[in-house]
Design a protein around this ligand. Sequence first.
Ligand SMILES: Cc1cc2nc3c(=O)[nH]c(=O)nc-3n(C[C@H](O)[C@H](O)[C@H](O)COP(=O)(O)OP(=O)(O)OC[C@H]3O[C@@H](n4cnc5c(N)ncnc54)[C@H](O)[C@@H]3O)c2cc1C
Length: 443
Amino acid sequence: MTQILPDLDGRLVLPGDAAYDDARQGWNLAVDQRPAAVAAATSVADVQAVVRHARAQGLRVAPQSTGHGAEALDLDALRGAILLKTSGLDAISVDPAARTATVGAGVTAAALADAAAQHGLAPVLGLAPSVGVAGLVLGGGLGWLSRAHGRAADHLLAAEVVTPDGDVVQADDELLFALQGGGGRGVVVTSLTLRLHAVDELFGGMIAWPAERAAEVLEQARRVAIEAPDALSLVVRVIALPPLDVIPAPIRGKRIVAVVAVHAGPRADGERLLAPLRTTHGALIDTYDSIGPADLVRVAGDPDAPGAARGEGLLLADLTPDAVATIAELTADERLSVFEVRQLGGALARTPERSGGLGAVDAPFAFFAGGLADTPQATASVTAALAEIAARLAPHTAPRVLLSNKGGGVDPARGYADGVWDRLRSVRDAHDPDRVVLSHHDG
Ligand SMILES: Cc1cc2nc3c(=O)[nH]c(=O)nc-3n(C[C@H](O)[C@H](O)[C@H](O)COP(=O)(O)OP(=O)(O)OC[C@H]3O[C@@H](n4cnc5c(N)ncnc54)[C@H](O)[C@@H]3O)c2cc1C
């Protein structure tokens, strides 16, 4: 049975409806989201109607655009909530003169990158095309331009939100602070205005070797990274690639160690900076080339289709040769299919002018590992492998965490500088004392 709310254009899908199983899915198919109902909003009025209806029924509301962050949702609490899908809020408007974009809460990174690129502009986004701009900005947002320009969240200029009473308001300064990486707890965001950057030249791509070369490649990449200007960003991945036709033949179906890099500046400088990697013998593939602004969300080759996976990230307090050797050893663990060392630093290490609760990140690198979790056995095996990794990397791990690369079960206060979590909670108390809005890392 599908219940139509009187003032809701979209449908409310309930458990037992034929459409329920499709409607409740997040991006990560391993996360079994079973909300009390699912609503798909296509307008701000829909969002207001869902919020008011939920409140009247004693339910919570869990806003979700793509579901990339579903691993960090409290699934028990979700049973008492309407999962509010915002993908239908997909309007994008770019103001090339002001270098800003206003996007609906359902816009994906790819859609915004494409729209901005038409004007030679680029937003700060993450590496994956399919991630939602709203969740990315609300959680921080680290991408290729972050070492030069900071997080996606630092670029948030304005936001329109629906309050738990169902009112539409523009975020004031204190709420804007809480939305800039503070998770968006306590309101449903309907649109965001972001600052864009003019990008003249970009050089980037991937170079890869067989995964057995991980120790050597990681060490070479570490040396390039520590000398790198803010315009250059490196991500090293050890990854088991599926045998799919979309993957270039030299690396298809192989376990590789890859250095994905982007230089936001002249090609000649990018070529010079990356030369030590490109002259390391035996590469299977080298795609470094001039790229356009829309390629920033595609150059890493992140999948554009959902899958069942489980992963965990941590911040590295250091990346000494010793840490590199440990990480290289860990990458031989075939229970996991992806390991990532992502360079931070640059603008991320400085407190930005428009910083929300996240402030500066005092860790030079982030680490992430994950694996296929499509059966209970696979999930158990990946979970055990991740726990072992956390223990092995403990001597190199920073106390703070990036909530955006954590599953559930972490104290959200650890995502912020001292005292900021209390400030975020008081912003939430002011807007949502009854905890109507259910967020990831709800706290
Ligand atoms: C494959 C993959 C690649 C990734 N790559 C990167 C990367 O390169 N850089 C990076 O920084 N992060 C990255 N992430 C992490 C990602 O930024 C977070 O998971 C982010 O929360 C996803 O946002 P979303 O809107 O797509 O997900 P969703 O699951 O839809 O949203 C996540 C949470 O954001 C909040 N939220 C979403 N929409 C609203 C709204 N309208 N109002 C209020 N709250 C809302 C909710 O609490 C929701 O639970 C990646 C994640 C995955 C799975």
